[in-house]
Ligand binder design. Structure first.
Ligand code: FPP
Length: 246
């Protein structure tokens, strides 16, 4: 079994959970069955990440483009989400997890948004891992929204053009206050970013696996973390400089 160095775990882990539909179709099952299995993986990864001491876990649960899927699938995903929140909030409380959402929340059905709000409020005082679900999320929209808000603050004289830095800009994103992901995992063999956290992953390590999300269990999770631990993050420097900085 793989062993991990607890000192070299990602502080922020982001995951594009992909392949629920294919997992189901390969088994001649309905796509929603794959999503239901996917929720079990969510439960495992959340619990394990929190036990490992990962401080931030961000999961891409529903993209701004996913609204275009067949209505029945969108409805089922929203129902799953609502049920997940209803069931898991007490677990989040016992695991000291703070729940957070990024994305255009106002596009969610009212009852789902209310459930989200309740979970955010209930867990707001927790100090362990921050679990962020990206819901109705798209990175380009997030960046445009940030630019618009920044422009309005500049127009009203709240900030001057020469004050605009990377960190000031990052404060206008949904992820304000959350460090950038150290590791981004995508399941199901697709090698693209699909409009996820485009600003924030500038220096993230990327890890792709063929395994579909419902099959992403302990073995695969530890393999991804071990791969991350074996990488050298240079941030544009050369190896010698990185070693001297340590
Ligand atoms: C990708 O599979 C997955 C999604 C679109 C959403 C992920 C959703 C869940 C894991 C369930 C709900 C989440 C929570 C947190 C309760 P896909 O449908 O794109 O798979 P495919 O590419 O094989 O069709």
């Amino acid at each position: 079994m793989l062993t991990l160095d607890p000192k070299k775990l990602p502080i922020h882990l982001a995951i594009i959970m992909d392949g629920n539909g294919r997992w189901a179709q390969e088994r001649m099952l309905k796509r929603i069955v794959g999503h239901r299995k996917g929720v079990e993986t969510v439960r495992y990864v959340v619990e394990e990440s929190s036990l490992l001491g990962i401080k931030y876990l961000t999961l891409f649960a529903f993209s701004s483009e996913n609204w275009l899927r067949p209505k029945t699938e969108v409805r089922s995903l929203m129902a799953l989400l609502k049920r997940y929140l209803a069931r898991e909030t007490s677990r989040m409380m016992s695991n000291n997890i703070r729940f957070n959402v990024i994305g255009d929340r106002e596009e969610l059905p009212e009852d789902v948004n209310a459930a989200v709000q309740e979970a955010v409020e209930k867990t707001a005082g927790n100090s362990g891992m921050t679990l962020t679900l990206a819901l109705s999320y798209g990175a380009r929209r997030e960046i445009l929204r940030a630019v618009a808000r920044l422009a309005s603050d500049a127009a009203s004289g709240k900030i001057a053009a020469d004050e605009i830095s990377e960190s000031l800009f990052a404060g206008y994103l949904y992820t304000a206050g959350i460090p950038d992901p150290d590791l981004l995992i995508r399941t199901s063999g697709e090698m693209r970013l699909s409009n996820f956290l485009l600003w924030q992953i500038a220096y993230s390590e990327l890890y792709f696996t063929e395994v579909n999300w419902p099959d992403f269990g302990r073995e695969e999770f530890y393999r991804a973390l071990a791969a991350y631990q074996s990488r050298e993050r240079r941030y544009g420097l050369i190896s010698d400089q990185v070693r001297k900085r340590r």
